[in-house]
Ligand binder design. Structure first.
Ligand SMILES: [Zn+2]
Length: 297
């Protein structure tokens, strides 16, 4: 699986996954202070057999390998075969305060919640850290593991990351928040006008640029109070549920034909302008294109 809404930079991968399935999520640190962009770029060319599905730093998360594929992160064949790898930039010696301040927790929580809810392998996944004893008994326990936990359970490594001060509670809080967004008003669609003058339409997962004509139509409709327009300063924040304010991330991009028709009818009614009825086909077409043929920005 590739997680939408975050950069994908294909890393080198020397491994073949036996069954394409994963059960646990392994947390590592990179033992350095490089950016996730730097780590992901290095992963495209490194030849030491080390790889990871995700890299995360203080402000972003990047995917490097499809989660169905096997990466070299655990040391043990069991860990490599069964766990998704998350490399967070930092080192074992970092303090709790450092970790709290230097990880894009909300984005990481959203990405991992996306995997947990969209990959059927993770049905029944528990947002907690597995014990070494249960990892030994059940190498497919559906929970989080530290690299050190994998070392103690399955061997074949000397690594002890992510370190004693890693704030597991903060990680779990971020994932749980993304899994259980507070009840909020759900808009029909999101229209994004950035402060750079670029206009986008999307649903929180996929998005594409709007033409000026489409933007003009939607702005007219919004001026009648039937559509909420929201301004973002940074499109990268769209992958972060926190950036949506009162607008939750909608996990699936697809609206039904009937939903699109209903939204269009509501919008046209709200415009209170007879000329708009003639524009209905164009408005419906724009909505369909925006909502159903959206592409990742
Ligand atoms: Zn590690």
């Amino acid at each position: 699986m590739r997680v939408p809404g975050i950069p994908y930079v294909q890393g080198r991968n020397d491994y073949t996954d036996v069954d394409g399935r994963k059960y646990g999520i392994a947390i590592h640190n990179t033992a350095n202070d490089a950016s996730d962009e730097g780590e992901a770029a290095y992963a495209t060319r490194r030849t030491d057999g080390i790889s990871s599905h995700f890299y995360c730093d203080a402000d972003s998360v990047i995917q490097s390998i499809d989660t169905d594929d096997r990466v070299g992160h655990a040391g043990s064949a069991i860990g490599n075969e069964n766990a998704i790898a998350v490399e967070i930039t930092g080192g074992n010696g970092m303090s709790r305060a450092w970790w709290l301040a230097n990880v894009a927790w909300d984005k990481l929580g959203w990405v991992l919640a996306y995997v947990i809810t969209h990959d059927p392998d993770f049905a029944g996944f528990q947002v907690r850290r597995a014990s070494v004893a249960e990892m030994k008994t059940n190498p497919r326990v559906k929970a989080f593991y530290g690299h050190n936990d994998m070392r103690l359970a399955w061997g074949h490594t000397t690594h002890t990351d992510p370190g004693p001060n890693f704030p597991w509670d903060r990680l779990f809080a971020a994932v749980n928040t993304a899994l259980n967004p507070p009840l909020q008003e759900v808009p029909d669609m999101l229209v994004l006008f950035t402060d750079e003058g670029k206009k986008w339409v999307g649903d929180g997962v996929t998005r594409r640029p709007l033409t000026d004509a489409e933007a003009s139509d939607l702005q007219h409709i919004a001026s009648k109070g039937a559509l909420k327009l929201t301004v973002w300063a940074d499109m990268a924040e769209v992958a972060n549920p926190g950036a949506f304010g009162a607008v939750p991330v909608v996990p699936e991009a697809v609206l039904s034909e009937a939903q699109v028709e209903k939204i269009a009818a509501q919008l046209i009614a709200a415009t209170d302008n007879p000329l708009d009825e003639a524009d209905k086909p164009a408005i419906v077409a724009a909505l369909k294109q925006a909502l159903r043929e959206g592409v990742e920005g």
